[in-house]
Design a protein around this ligand. Structure first.
Ligand SMILES: O=C[C@H](O)COP(=O)(O)O
Length: 246
């Protein structure tokens, strides 16, 4: 089956009301490939204004969500609060939350299970460090992350996987098309262990220094179904990445 190409824009902790308004205006006026599913993820403070002003066919994602319905969890945001603002996706397990904020595989997997069970789409991130790659441990690291997720039996139909080699994030050092395809193929093969349907239907995104120059070649790879874009999603060239498939 043909998997719909998917492009996510992760603004991370960047932007102001005026700069994000500019991004929204640029996306609203641009011609976008209707065969591409687009999701943008501003900082939490700007989720609602982004949702209210952005063209409806582009969905909005949080960059994190908690795994309890409500309560005394200072600083956290719940699935129901996101859905209350028509936020339909969240990013989970981003390497910056795993390494800087100490989110374990268990925490990420529990959050993903809770979010998908409660109707939120999840862009679930995985990836290895440069040391792990140089030690030849890339696949074992990602397999461990995937095994943790599988142990929670999430709703795979609500999950998009983002493979983001940590050494390529924000460095300008994009993975080669072969490096990316090799890992995506390994993830696709691992997904067969869940079911053929999950393997066939789950989109696997590449993230890590994607820009308008390298997205075309990467998008031609059989197991690369889209991108999770950081820095370049803050720039007008983000539209070229969305349309790179054309
Ligand atoms: O979530 C996005 C990834 O961390 C990639 O970020 P980047 O495009 O700035 O390298």
């Amino acid at each position: 089956m043909a998997r719909k190409f998917f492009v996510g824009g992760n603004f991370k902790m960047n932007g102001t009301l005026s700069s994000i308004k500019e991004i929204v205006e640029n996306l609203n006026k641009s011609e976008l490939d209707s065969n591409v599913e687009v999701v943008v993820s501003p900082p939490s403070l700007y989720l609602l204004p982004t949702r209210e002003h952005l063209r409806k066919e582009i969905e909005v994602a949080a960059q994190n969500v908690f795994d309890k319905p409500n309560g005394a969890f200072t600083g956290e945001i719940s699935v129901s609060q996101l859905k209350d603002s028509n936020i339909t996706w969240t990013i989970l397990g981003h390497s910056e939350r795993r390494t800087i904020l100490g989110e374990s595989d268990e925490v990420v997997s529990t959050k993903t299970k809770y979010a998908t069970d409660n109707g939120l789409g999840v862009i679930w991130c995985c990836g290895e460090s440069l040391e792990e790659r140089e030690a030849g441990n890339t696949i074992s690291v990602i397999t461990k992350q995937l095994d943790s997720l599988k142990s929670k039996n999430p709703d795979w139909s609500k999950i998009v996987i983002a493979y983001e080699p940590i050494w390529a994030i924000g460095t300008g050092k994009v993975a080669t098309t072969q490096q990316a395809q090799d890992v995506h193929k390994a993830i696709r093969d691992w997904l067969k262990g869940v079911s053929d349907k999950v393997s066939d239907e789950t989109r696997i995104l590449y993230g890590g220094s994607v820009n308008e120059s390298n997205c075309g070649e990467l998008s031609k790879q059989p197991d690369i179904d889209g991108f999770l874009v950081g820095g370049a999603s803050l720039k007008p060239a983000f539209v070229k990445i969305i349309n790179c498939h054309q």
